[in-house]
Design a binder for this molecule. Structure first.
Ligand SMILES: C[S@@+](CC[C@H](N)C(=O)[O-])C[C@H]1O[C@@H](n2cnc3c(N)ncnc32)[C@H](O)[C@@H]1O
Length: 328
C-alpha cells in the first residue's frame, strides 16, 4: 500500500531523516527504503512536511511486527496527530468509533482519539471535541525540535501550520524584538526565542498564556520571553515603537488590530499578517488595510512575500503577507 514518503538522494538521507525526526514527522510503521537510486523516508503527515522536501506516494514496506490501523480496519484511515492525541474529522459515528478502536489497538503511540465536534469559534478560537477513546486532552507536541505542552480543549493549536511557522521563524535574527500579538501557547514565540530574539507574546486566553510560560521554561528560553494575558490593544502604551517583527495570526479579524500593530512597530518592522480571503483576490484586502493603517503614520510599506498557506474552504485561501513598514 502506498504511503507518503519524502524522496531524497541517499547522500542527503541522514540529514533529511534527522530534520523530519526533529519535526516528529517520521512514520515508524514503515521502513526507509532505497529504490532506483532514491531514498524514500515514510512520513506521518504529508502536509506538514517543509516545502524544501519532495513528498511522493511510495509503496514502503510495513515494518515487521508493527500493527498499524490499516491492518485492523482493512483501509487507510485519515487522521492528524498532535503529540499522542489522534484527531479525526469523521461525520459517520460508526466509522469514527472503528478508527478510534483501531488506533488504540495498534502499535502507534496513542493516548487519546478525538473527533472534531465544531469549527474553531469565538475570540479564543477553541474547538469542541468529542473524545472517542482515552481521556486526556493535554499532550506534548514536538515541532522542529521544540516541545509544546497544550490542551486542545482549552487552547487553539494547529499542527498543520508547522511549515508556515518554521518559514517565519527562520527569518528571525538574534537580538531582534519579536512580538506575537495572538501568541497562543507559543509556537512562534518559543522558537523565535530559541534563535536569540527577545520576545513578547500576548493572548486573551489565560490557559494559552499559562502554557506559553510553561513552554518557554520547558525549552529553556524563559529569560527571553514575556507572556502577557489580555487584549493586545492594551499593550500599545508599554510597547509603543518596540517591535522589529510582529506576528498577526488571527486570520478573520487581524485587520481590526492594524492600528495596534502600527503603534507597536519600530521604525523598521516586518509584519507577518495572516488573512482568509476569496481566491480571486487573496492578498489585496490585507495589503490595502496595512497601507491604510501605516502610511498616514509616515511609514512606507513594501510587501516582501505573498504566500498561500493553505486552502481554507472552497474558493477561500488562508494567506500570509510579509510586509516591511519603515519610516525615518
Ligand atoms: C488563531 S489563534 C493563533 C495562536 C498561535 N499564534 C498559533 O499559531 O497557534 C489566535 C489567538 O489569538 C487570541 N486572541 C484573540 N483575540 C485577541 C486579542 N484581542 N488580543 C490578544 N489575543 C487574542 C486567541 O485567544 C487565540 O489564542
Amino acid at each position: 500500500m502506498s504511503v507518503p514518503c519524502v524522496r531524497v538522494s541517499p547522500q542527503a538521507g541522514e540529514a533529511t531523516r534527522q530534520a523530519l525526526a526533529d519535526a516528529d514527522l517520521v512514520d515508524d510503521g514503515h521502513d526507509i527504503t532505497v529504490s532506483d537510486g532514491d531514498l524514500y523516508i515514510p512520513v506521518t503527515d504529508a502536509e506538514a512536511v517543509p516545502d524544501e522536501f519532495e513528498v511522493v506516494a511510495f509503496d514502503a514496506p510495513r515494518r515487521e511486527g508493527q500493527t498499524m490501523p490499516a491492518d485492523i480496519l482493512g483501509y487507510e484511515p485519515s487522521y492528524e496527530r498532535l503529540g499522542r492525541i489522534y484527531i479525526l474529522d469523521e461525520d459517520d459515528a460508526e466509522r469514527a468509533a472503528d478508527i478510534a478502536n483501531a488506533l488504540i489497538d495498534c502499535d502507534l503511540p496513542v493516548d487519546t482519539v478525538v473527533n472534531r465536534a465544531s469549527k474553531v469559534k469565538g475570540d479564543l478560537r477553541v474547538r469542541d471535541w468529542e473524545v472517542l477513546a482515552g481521556a486526556g486532552t493535554e499532550t506534548v507536541h514536538r515541532e522542529y525540535g521544540v516541545e509544546f505542552l497544550l490542551d486542545i480543549s482549552t487552547v487553539y493549536f494547529s499542527p498543520r501550520l508547522a511549515t508556515e511557522r518554521h518559514r517565519v521563524v527562520e527569518q528571525v535574527q538574534s537580538g531582534e524584538h519579536f512580538f506575537d500579538m495572538f501568541a497562543g501557547v507559543g509556537p512562534f514565540v518559543v522558537p523565535a526565542a530559541k534563535r536569540g530574539a527577545t520576545c513578547v507574546g500576548c493572548d486573551l486566553n489565560p490557559a494559552a498564556i499559562e502554557y506559553l510560560r510553561q513552554n518557554a521554561e520547558r525549552n529553556g528560553v524563559a529569560d527571553r520571553v514575556t507572556a502577557i494575558e489580555g487584549d493586545v490593544t492594551a499593550t500599545t502604551d508599554e510597547y509603543a515603537g518596540w517591535a522589529d517583527r510582529l506576528v498577526m495570526n488571527l486570520p478573520h479579524s487581524a485587520n481590526e488590530f492594524l492600528d495596534a500593530a502600527v503603534a507597536l512597530a519600530g521604525h523598521d518592522c516586518v509584519i507577518h499578517y495572516y488573512d482568509i480571503q476569496h481566491e480571486d483576490d487573496p492578498f489585496g484586502p490585507g495589503e490595502r488595510a496595512i497601507r491604510a493603517a501605516a502610511e498616514p503614520e509616515g511609514y512606507t510599506v513594501s510587501v516582501e512575500t505573498r504566500r498561500e498557506v493553505r486552502s481554507y474552504a472552497p474558493h477561500e485561501l488562508n494567506v500570509c503577507l510579509d510586509v516591511r513598514i519603515r519610516r525615518e
